[in-house]
Each structure stands twice: as C-alpha cells, then as structure tokens.
Write a protein that binds this ligand. Structure first.
Ligand SMILES: [Zn+2]
Length: 303
C-alpha cells in the first residue's frame, strides 16, 4: 500500500488514527477515515470529501442554533447569572474578552473569516461603531442570516473568492474555521496578503492535544466528522504559520465550553446538540468552565 502523504507537511509517515461517522447532522451511515501524521502531528481526513458532498453535512440544521443565539434576552439572562454566581458569560471566548485591546485604535477594518450567521459580531459592532466589519461565508443559509445584519459587509463564498485588496485589514479572525478548510495554508497565505503590516491575525481551533481531545479520542465532540477535515495542535499550527510567513506572537489555551459535556453525550450515544437550547445545559457549561478541560487553542500572529 502506498504511503499517504500529509497534506500539511508533505511527510509520508501517516497512520490511520480512527474511523468515525457524523454524529451531529446526518447521523449514521457513512464513515470517514482520519490519519495522523507522525512528522507534523496533524490529523486529517482521508480521502478529502469533495465540496458538493460536504454541503449535505452543513445547512440549516448545522447553523440554525447559531441563528437563534445569543439573542438579547439570553444575553441579558447570562449577564444576570454571571453577576449572581460570579461565573463567566456563556458566550465569551478569549477573543471577546480581549476585545478592548484588539479594537483599541479607532476606525479599523475587521474581517471574520467563515463568519457563519455573523451573530457573534453584533456586540462588537455596537461597542466599536467606528470600525468596519466584514465577513465571508460559503454556506447559503448562514450567509442569508448574516446579510440581514446592518453595517455588516458579508460576501458569500470562500476567502479567496472575496478578492479583498492587499494590506486592507487591521484585524482578521479565523475562529473555529481553519479545521473546515481543505487547504489551511492557502487560507493563511491569503489572510497574510490582505492583512496590514503590523496587523493581527488570530486563529482559533480545537486543540487535539487538550485534555478533552486526548481523553475522548474519536468520540471527541470536536472531531466533528466530516466537517472538520483537520485536527490541529500547537505544533502543527506553528508549522502552518511558518509556512505562511506569519510571525506567532502568542499561543493561548482556553476552555471550549460544551466540548467536554457534548463529548460525554456522544459516549452515551446521545445526539450531542440535542440540549443546545436548554437552560440546564447552558448552566452546566457555565459552571464547568472554571474546571478548564481545555479544548480551544488561540494562535495570535502578525505580519
Ligand atoms: Zn504532516
């Protein structure tokens, strides 16, 4: 049998890591093989499914929970819970927590790559009205939702289809998106082209080397076959940044809320998104947050 070449580093020492099906959208039926590269330590799906086949695994069922949350009411509910129990908001990731530093200079250009429904930008747009917010999203359902947001400039398609000018953006966010792309190096290279010199490119991915990533293996929620074509860790992200000629200024780990609990649901054969809108699950996600099972990895880079 011919060795399978790693699409990230070109190494030829990849081995079958696991075989798994879609436990979220299609559920049951087709399975997918993931290989782990011994050289760069990335894990990747093989063979890569073509995009036409992948469309069936996205769509409304995948994006609808994001279209619904966070609404004004749920946000104010969690602000109240946060105050009452002194715990973090259910929707604040590291990027949002550091927003005042990130958006410190007025009037910049911000791009959300793979913005989905765009909803995560609402609070930022309100808080930093002098900034210009852009998004790119290939999924039709998510794009239609994002298009309705006032002052949000969204383009349908992949990043390379948007043809932004050189040196245009002050900040680019690629949040839980890189693992969905067939060619992550091409995405980062394009990000570098459209990023201003001294600008910030922030990449957030599920971290295969996190406690939950290691503990749950193929039942890890963030395997998310076949939508996640990759599983990255610090080492493989660093290799990607080097290849894209980006300078890494920091790596940060954070608790990817829901990942641990949803992985546990998968272990018991329960559809992991089933309780997404239930207040008890959101509450459990919140109270388990300080335990920090990890799961999320941020790479902050500059040009
Ligand atoms: Zn490799």
């Amino acid at each position: 049998m011919n060795a399978i070449k790693c699409p990230l580093c070109g190494g030829v020492h990849s081995k079958l890591a696991f075989r798994v099906g879609d436990v979220r959208v299609q559920r049951g039926g087709k399975t997918f093989d993931y290989y782990r590269c011994a050289d760069c330590t990335a894990t990747f799906i093989h063979p890569f499914p073509d995009y036409a086949a992948l469309e069936d695994f996205y769509g409304e069922e995948y994006f609808a929970p994001q279209a619904l949350a966070p609404t004004e009411r749920t946000l104010s509910f969690f602000q109240t819970v946060k105050k009452a129990f002194g715990i973090g908001s259910a929707f604040d990731n590291l990027f949002y927590k550091e927003r005042k530093k990130i958006f410190s200079a007025p009037g910049g250009n911000f791009l959300d790559v793979g913005c989905a429904t765009g909803m995560q930008n609402i609070r930022l747009m309100r808080e930093f009205p002098s900034w210009h917010f852009y998004g790119v999203e290939p999924d039709e359902f998510a794009f239609q939702q994002a298009k309705q947001l006032p002052n949000f400039h969204v383009t349908k398609g992949f990043l390379q289809d948007a043809h932004f000018p050189d040196d245009f953006f002050d900040v680019i966010l690629v949040n839980q998106v890189l693992e969905h792309t067939e060619d992550p190096l091409a995405v980062l290279t394009e990000c570098r082209r459209i990023l201003k010199s001294g600008g910030k490119l922030i990449v957030a991915v599920p971290d295969k080397n996190s406690l939950s990533g290691r503990a749950f293996g193929k039942r890890w929620y963030n395997v998310d076959a076949p939508r996640h074509l990759w599983q990255f860790n610090k080492k493989s992200l660093q290799i990607l940044a080097d290849k894209a000629n980006l300078r890494v200024t920091a790596f940060r780990r954070e608790h990817l809320h829901g990942s641990f609990i949803k992985s546990a649901l998968i272990m018991f054969g329960i559809a992991p998104d089933r309780f997404d809108r239930s207040v008890p699950l959101l509450f459990v996600k919140n109270i388990t947050k300080p335990i920090n099972f990890g799961g999320g990895l941020f790479m902050i880079t500059t040009k």
